[in-house]
Design a protein around this ligand. Structure first.
Ligand SMILES: NC(=O)c1ccc[n+]([C@@H]2O[C@H](COP(=O)([O-])OP(=O)(O)OC[C@H]3O[C@@H](n4cnc5c(N)ncnc54)[C@H](OP(=O)(O)O)[C@@H]3O)[C@@H](O)[C@H]2O)c1
Ligand SMILES: [Zn+2]
Length: 433
């Protein structure tokens, strides 16, 4: 069958000149639309990254990517770009990284309708929609309207799918993608005592464990995730900014603070001044059996927080209704939250691991562990351990995995690499069924 797309593909293959940058092949177009899609990084969630190109007479006539949630989809942008530069779209072929949408209950009209109205003849789709409820529907609809459709396979399909691994996970698993990240010393400490401030005797300076190279890596990840999640204790101790200033200062992720004690004297923390209130969330867990005085304090803080207009999710637990961390994330999934970058201290990490490993609730998908070449406990050093970089088994001994064996039990894959003077462990969790 000599379809429009097959004709285009064989003609472009025959005419391909590797020395001519305007010469196009399916592979080069897929690379271009993936590159375009990346421009939306950090701004599209809870929508995926999507890129699109419109080709007519073997020339690219329109380019588009999804810029931000609520803004036009990539296909619309590519068609508009072609029209803005004086082209007509009839008979053109649209290339897009993701199957065009055909939903009607959305902020933007379905792209399939615009494709048909624009008299486009063929659509090349990088990968199908990961949502099983709609996957294939956009394509069937286009085909039913007489449009030639080709869906990529193999490496090209994979290239387009890998644009949105966290988004795809949350759609398929119906649960947010959760990555735990922490920095630790060689002997497993997550924090060092603050150093006294020389100028001001009443204050102290937080000591970073990991190097600047690791910090840049963390800031890059913060942009990749929709939400950062810390504890109230870390907010009080460290007063972190939770931004991406070493990677992309323009980007502000959502910030979540998880607190039970709700023990804040005031709300003069950095996150209140550097985050718009719609992006700052407090998960407040109230113990139903609080004493009268603690309940008063709790209510006062809740009121103060409400006055600051930040987002509050209030849970109440008691002896008969224990607090359920897994349930909190199920609720957050229902609210369309895609991915969480959790920066735990010792106790929060334990809470996640207990859920995952002991109670068999698959809450953690991924861990990133930055191991700094520091021994926290100088007294424990012996002449044989001093200045010695331990091997991987030694490092794991001081982590929740405690050994290579246990890492293999829980984890699908793991690897490590140097990052500045630190070692970064990347651990992907197995699915618990
Ligand atoms: N090395 C690293 O990568 C890293 C990362 C983050 C933090 N840290 C360090 O870790 C230190 C804090 O460690 P940590 O062990 O004390 O605290 P943590 O592990 O960060 O978290 C414990 C806190 O989580 C909240 N929490 C725990 N269970 C809860 C529940 N069921 N419901 C609601 N909230 C709950 C509580 O906050 P409330 O007290 O507000 O109720 C609790 O104090 C900080 O000083 C920081 O420097 C290190
Ligand atoms: Zn669309």
């Amino acid at each position: 069958m000599n379809t429009i797309i097959q004709k285009f593909l064989s003609e472009s293959q025959n005419a391909h000149n590797p020395h001519d940058p305007t010469s196009i092949t399916l592979e080069s177009i897929i690379s271009k639309i993936c590159e375009l899609a990346h421009n939306g990084m950090g701004f599209t969630l809870p929508n995926p990254l999507v890129g699109a190109l419109l080709v007519k007479d073997h020339k690219i006539i329109g380019r588009g990517f999804h810029r931000q949630r609520g803004m036009p989809h990539a296909e619309v942008e590519a068609i508009q770009d072609a029209l803005n530069s004086g082209h007509t779209t009839d008979g053109a072929i649209l290339f897009c990284t993701l199957e065009p949408c055909c939903h009607t209950s959305k902020l933007t009209p379905p792209c399939t309708k615009l494709i048909i109205d624009s008299q486009i003849s063929g659509v090349v789709v990088g990968t199908l929609d990961p949502n099983p409820l709609v996957s294939g529907k956009g394509i069937s609809f286009l085909k039913s309207q007489g449009i030639d459709v080709y869906v990529c396979e193999g490496a090209l399909e994979e290239q387009c799918r890998q644009l949105n691994p966290l988004f795809n996970f949350h759609i398929v698993e119906r649960f947010p993608y959760i990555c735990l990240k922490w920095a630790q010393t060689l002997d497993g400490q997550l924090s060092l005592p603050p150093t006294p401030n020389e100028k001001n005797q009443n204050s102290s300076t937080r000591q970073y464990l990991s190097s600047e190279a690791s910090l840049i890596d963390v800031h890059r990840d913060r942009k990749y995730f929709q939400n950062i999640f810390i504890s109230g204790q870390t907010l009080r101790n460290d007063n972190p900014r939770l931004d991406c200033r070493f990677f992309d200062p323009r980007y502000t992720p959502n910030k979540f603070v998880f607190t039970e004690l709700f023990n804040f004297e005031n709300f003069q923390y950095e996150v209140f001044s550097n985050t718009p209130p719609e992006k700052l969330f407090f998960i407040v867990v109230e113990n139903k059996n609080l004493s009268d005085s603690n309940k008063k304090k709790f209510d006062k803080n809740l009121l103060k927080l409400k006055e600051l207009n930040v987002q509050i999710r209030h849970y109440v637990h008691s002896e008969t209704k224990p607090f359920d961390l897994y349930g909190v994330f199920q609720d957050l999934y229902e609210e369309n939250f895609v991915s969480f970058y959790v920066e735990p201290g010792e106790r929060l990490r334990k809470l996640f691991f207990e859920k995952h490993v002991i109670q068999n609730q698959p809450i953690v998908k991924h861990c990133k562990i930055y191991v700094a070449p520091i021994w926290a406990d100088q007294n424990a050093l012996t002449s044989s351990t001093q200045n010695k970089i331990p091997n991987e088994g030694d490092v794991l001994r001081f982590s929740p995995f405690d050994s290579v064996d246990s890492i293999q039990r829980f984890c699908e894959s793991w690897s490590y690499k140097s990052i500045g003077p630190d070692i970064l462990y990347n651990v992907a969790f197995k699915k618990i069924t």
